[in-house]
Design a protein around this ligand. Structure first.
Ligand code: GCU
Length: 616
């Protein structure tokens, strides 16, 4: 573009181009273009409980267009009224994408081959036909998850943004909705950046898109934003606490009912919040007895409902106690990854995952490395499995960056707000395999403190590394944790199991340890010679030898190997892996079991018999 053209009154997009002094090419020189769209950022405080609410689905076909250079933000496409390209009098770089569409929820990477490795911005657009409901209602857009940053526009107006790729967010539409026709646009950007959470280097595939359900939620002018119902820790299962947060600092009385346990409990509310404890002796939830109660809570016109299990999890010395009984966590790790659906989780996929875990005789899953779909905990409540949920504070996070901490802390609080009434979740994980630096210690201790501030009914852990200098299980972060998680790959990245023997011999812990990762790659169907890498016999043999050692260490109270299914990762490009991590006990078809599956299943069955507490 040469200088003289820039000063001529040539037309640019939209009618404003002809205004005196308007530079139609300003967007070519403005690298601060994204700043306005980082404002009005929503987070955990703007969430609202949807338990028992009607969510009007907006899933299905949306117009879609990739926008690698963020032209839509730079040129403010959203301000141009939609107009068929045949009627334009000035050219645009965007036509609402009505020549191509995609289905929401989805990951664009698995929709078209040419979109597989796309990392950048993209636009979802749809028309929304809106009919007002009750007088005074407030209308929110709920997005189940969009990776990584999302910006919402309604009828040409920017309404808000959200950071974080695995937790729900809410944008209020009320004041900007037309009766009848509306135009809803969502810009999603899945770029990996050093200051994001996770940062730009991970061992899982960077999917992009609106990959969980999206819909409208209508609530009364004054509504229940959040509530929790749980056993009071230390009450030996004899007291229940309920807390309620309203959308405004109003006062009054909320009413709580728990079928078969408590009817019409009055919860005084003052300044928008209320908390009450009362005597009750529920039938306790456990994997062997996944007892759920129908809970109702109301305030004014607003009423919510949920199915909630009551249980207590705590540590005592080196032991983990569920409802007062010693428990050993027979676990398996799992990613949210599917060969055909990418990061989209369906109910069928989650139920298959849990059926496979039960076939392993597992009682525990680590949902790695980010908050999974809300159905994961809801179904685990129902089928009786214990869960570890975590935020993607993974590897070399920008620990010294306060914005990065704010992002991680918000994702953590969103996860806890969303899933706080799920009995199956017993552990919040605040990170994975992070170097023990001062900045990391402050950052992750801060996250552990946030867990305890938000929720006193669960344990806090992290998947830590060993102290290489002393070759023992030692991490300054342990002070802030209830359970020490340990990722170790003796028998794979460190070929000899002698290292694990030495580590256990050198270590003495005053709290429970859970092996949060170990494993080996194996090509499904390739037996391999004994000891041959990427063979099923080597993977199976590793599990046998790992468990022999794990069972010898009294403070190891859980074993959670890596991983249930093979999964996509750009990092693995050997002849065997070709873009997949093959440490799964089941291949990427989620059907073909490897030899190690049977090995672990048999060992867990023996463990279940030996240490059979009141539970599977
Ligand atoms: C690490 C990491 C995992 C990774 C695994 C592996 O422990 O936490 O995300 O996939 O090792 O190397 O397979």
């Amino acid at each position: 573009m040469d200088a003289k053209v820039e000063n001529s009154p040539v037309s640019g997009p939209g009618e404003h181009a002809l205004q005196p002094g308007h530079d139609p090419y300003h967007h070519l020189h403005d690298e601060a273009y994204a700043a306005p769209f980082g404002q009005h950022r929503v987070g955990w405080r703007q969430m609202l409980s949807v338990a028992g609410r009607i969510v009007e689905p907006l899933d299905g076909a949306w117009n879609f267009v990739l926008d690698l250079h963020d032209e839509g933000l730079r040129q403010r496409w959203f301000e141009d009224a939609p107009e068929p390209i045949g009627g334009w009098t000035t050219p645009r770089d965007y036509d609402d994408g009505d020549w191509q569409s995609t289905i929401v929820p989805s990951c664009w990477n698995v929709v078209r081959p040419e979109w597989t490795y796309f990392e950048g911005g993209a636009w979802y657009t749809r028309h929304l036909d809106f009919a007002p409901g009750k007088a005074g209602e407030r209308v929110f857009l709920r997005v189940g998850a969009a990776n990584y940053e999302a910006r919402v526009f309604l009828n040409g107006v920017f309404l808000g943004s959200h950071r974080g790729g695995s937790t729900p967010f809410f944008i209020e539409l009320t004041e900007h909705l037309n009766t009848g026709e509306n135009r809803l646009q969502i810009n999603v950007d899945n770029r990996r950046r050093p200051e994001r959470v996770p940062m730009n280097h991970t061992d899982w595939f960077n999917y992009g898109g609106i990959y969980r359900e999206i819909g409208l939620v209508r609530v009364p002018a004054l509504f229940i934003r959040d509530f929790g119902v749980a056993l009071v820790p230390g009450s030996a299962g004899k007291r229940i606490a309920v807390d309620v947060t309203l959308s405004e600092p109003a006062s009054g009385t909320a009413r709580l009912s728990i079928d078969g346990l408590a009817s019409d409990v009055a919860v005084p509310i003052s300044g928008g919040i209320g908390r009450l404890e009362f005597e009750a002796a529920p039938d306790l939830w456990s994997p062997a007895n996944p007892r759920l109660y129908s809970v109702g809570i109301s305030f004014g016109e607003d009423r919510l409902g949920d199915k909630i299990g009551f249980r207590e999890i705590r540590v005592e010395g080196q032991r983990i106690l569920l409802n007062g009984e010693d428990i050993f966590l027979r676990g398996i790790c799992v990613h949210e990854d599917d060969r055909d659906l990418g990061k989209v989780s369906t109910e069928a996929d989650i139920r298959r995952r849990y059926a496979d875990a039960k076939a392993l005789n597992a009682n525990f899953l680590r949902l790695s490395h980010y908050p999974h779909h809300e159905l994961a905990a809801q179904i685990a409540d129902e089928v009786g499995l214990l869960l570890w949920e975590e935020v993607p504070v993974y590897w070399a996070i920008d620990f010294a960056n306060p914005d990065t901490f704010a992002d991680a802390d918000n994702q953590l609080r969103e996860m806890i707000r969303r899933d706080r009434n799920r009995a199956s979740i017993v552990i919040w994980g605040v990170g994975n395999e992070n170097a023990d630096t001062d900045a990391r210690l402050a950052f992750m201790s801060g996250l552990a403190a946030s867990c305890r501030e938000m929720d006193s009914t669960r344990l806090v852990s992290a998947a830590c590394l060993i102290n290489r200098e002393h070759f023992r299980i030692e991490d300054r972060l342990s002070e802030a944790l209830d359970i020490i998680g340990l990722n170790e790959y003796f028998g794979w990245y460190e070929p000899s199991l002698d290292g694990l023997k030495r580590l256990f011999a050198n270590s003495d812990l005053d709290k429970p340890l859970v092996i949060t990762e170990t494993g080996a790659d194996a090509v499904a169907g390739r037996e391999g010679r004994p000891g041959e890498l990427f063979g099923e016999s080597h993977q199976s043999d590793l599990y046998e030898r790992q468990l022999d050692l794990v069972e010898s260490a009294p403070y190891v109270r859980g074993f959670c190997p890596w991983i249930l299914y093979d999964f996509r990762t750009e990092r693995r490009q050997t002849a065997y892996q070709r873009g997949w991590n093959l440490k799964g006990l089941i291949a990427a078809d989620k059907t073909t079991r490897k030899k190690a599956f049977t090995t672990l299943s048999e060992r867990y069955s023996e463990l279940a018999q030996q240490q059979k507490p009141a539970g599977p």
